[in-house]
Design a protein around this ligand. Structure first.
Ligand SMILES: Nc1nc2c(ncn2[C@@H]2O[C@H](COP(=O)(O)OP(=O)(O)O)[C@@H](O)[C@H]2O)c(=O)[nH]1
Ligand SMILES: [Mg+2]
Length: 449
């Protein structure tokens, strides 16, 4: 996410480091480079001008920021201006004071509307809400099926109605939600490959029929400036309340994320960070700026963990960690929990300092290796998982065969596990502050509706 832009900006900041004081010429040169970096990131020209002017003015205004070095001052200013550009603070999804809340998803074909509807339903379920999805894309026969398949995955109902009239289906869907006691209605609509009058007219009709709490425009971040143009075209025809920026996981440049707020005035509410149903995040401008600048985003990482990680009996796990009784079963479980949170490479990008420490190096996360570790543990008997010490040479050979790995790999896993268990035991004994130990053991009960 935003790797190219992050690298370019990092280059600019490194060029400024190690100097006493920055002259106006130094700043001008840096601004030219920042300007080029933003243009290459596909940020729209007026926006680039606006933001570089603001940065330049503040940098030259010799703001004295405590004990910060000159280049750190520039980084701080850039961070703040990027945050401001993206809208300063998080704008949440508005909920109707009297249910149901009705959300209408609009956008071009392929932008990720249907996927987003399901992700949103999942997100709301986790908050204890009961969503109903309504399939109003009658243009493509497979569209309603797609929504239904996704709905089944997350156990959320989908209303398809009958007939070919999306306006009717939408209003019937809202009625259906009332009857079924659902408090949120998510309406998926049809898109075209480009903005056209018929699509807009249909959208307006659906909107007028259901009077949505929010109209959300779904935009594909990978299309960069085009996404912003699409947003402008939509805003001429239909007022939308917020933007959903999808496929940010594949967007190395970041142009749409940086420009769309400034160009349309509408806030980005959610971002899509992958194809999986859990890959949806609330958008926080400050955290995004921090990610762009390679400073990570620990807060979002923690929230992701809280949302996805489920520990059945945290007290019991904590006790076993303290007693040094952690099993390979626990290990496997933890590993699966982490995998659920998303690709490891994406998670590492959110760890503060990771990007800058590894910049320029080609860090390949071996997602495959996790699969192998999983296979090894699965090839063990329940007893072996509980008492790894009993795994002797012949058992090791059997496990390696069964999992399609090598004895070396099995040995490696077992010795890593022993080390981890020893460390955990020391933590449990108080060698490391208790709070941290509890944190590691998932001390807080993570409830799930
Ligand atoms: N990588 C990635 N793919 C996405 C994301 N959101 C949607 N997609 C993919 O984009 C494609 C089109 O999505 P779909 O929901 O059918 O778009 P629609 O035509 O607007 O309904 C599908 O292959 C999705 O899996 C995302 O956040 N990240
Ligand atoms: Mg669709």
């Amino acid at each position: 996410m935003f790797d190219a832009l992050g690298d370019r900006l990092h280059g600019v900041f490194s060029g400024l480091s190690g100097r006493g004081k920055l002259s106006a010429d130094d700043i001008d040169l840096a601004m030219r480079e920042i300007r080029r970096a933003l243009l290459e990131a596909d940020v729209s020209l007026p926006v680039v001008k606006q933001v570089t002017n603001a940065i330049s003015e503040r940098a030259k205004g010799a703001e004295v920021l405590g004990s910060l070095k000159p280049e750190e001052q520039v980084v701080t200013i850039v961070n703040e201006e990027l945050t401001r550009l993206m809208g300063e603070t998080n704008v949440g999804l508005a909920m109707a004071s009297k249910p149901p809340t009705i959300i209408l998803a609009a956008g071009l074909q392929g932008s990720g509307k249907t996927t987003f509807c399901a992700k949103l339903a999942r997100h709301l379920q986790k908050q204890g809400r009961a969503p109903l999805m309504v399939a109003c894309d009658v243009q493509r026969p497979a569209a309603a099926d797609q929504l239904e398949v996704l709905g089944r995955q997350i156990d959320a109902p989908v209303y398809r109605g009958d007939g070919k009239d999306p306006v009717k289906i939408a209003s019937q869907g809202v009625k259906e939600a009332g009857k079924a006691g659902k408090d949120v209605v998510i309406v998926d609509t049809a898109g075209r490959t480009s903005v056209d009058e018929e699509m807009m007219a249909q959208l307006v009709d659906i909107r007028d029929a259901v009077d949505p709490t929010s109209v959300l425009l779904v935009l594909d971040a990978m299309t960069g400036q085009t996404a912003v143009d699409v947003a402008s075209a939509f805003s001429d025809a239909v007022d939308f309340d917020g933007v959903v920026l999808t496929k940010l996981d594949g967007d190395a440049r970041g142009g749409a994320a940086l420009s769309v707020r400034a160009v349309t005035g509408a806030p980005i509410i959610f971002i899509g960070t992958g194809e999986k149903i859990d890959a949806l995040e609330a958008f926080h401008p400050d955290r995004m700026a921090s990610r762009i600048l390679g400073r990570g985003d620990l807060q979002s990482l923690m929230e992701k963990a809280q949302e996805t990680v489920e520990i059945e009996d945290p007290k019991d796990l904590q006790r076993r960690i303290k007693d040094g009784n952690l099993t390979l079963e626990d290990f496997l479980d933890q590993m699966r929990q982490v995998k659920k949170m998303g690709p490891i490479s994406q998670l590492l990008g959110m760890v503060p300092g990771f990007k800058s420490a590894t910049r320029g190096k080609d860090i390949q996360v071996d997602e495959d290796k996790l699969g192998r570790v999983e296979a090894i543990i699965q090839s063990m008997t329940p007893e072996e998982r509980r008492r790894p010490d009993m795994i002797n040479g012949s058992r090791r050979r059997r496990i390696a065969m069964g999992s399609g790995t090598s004895v070396q790999e099995v040995n490696q896993l077992l010795s890593q596990f022993k080390q981890m268990r020893k460390l955990m035991k020391q933590i449990g004994k108080g060698a490391i502050p208790a709070g941290l130990a509890e944190g590691l053991a998932g001390g807080q009960q993570l409830t799930h509706p």
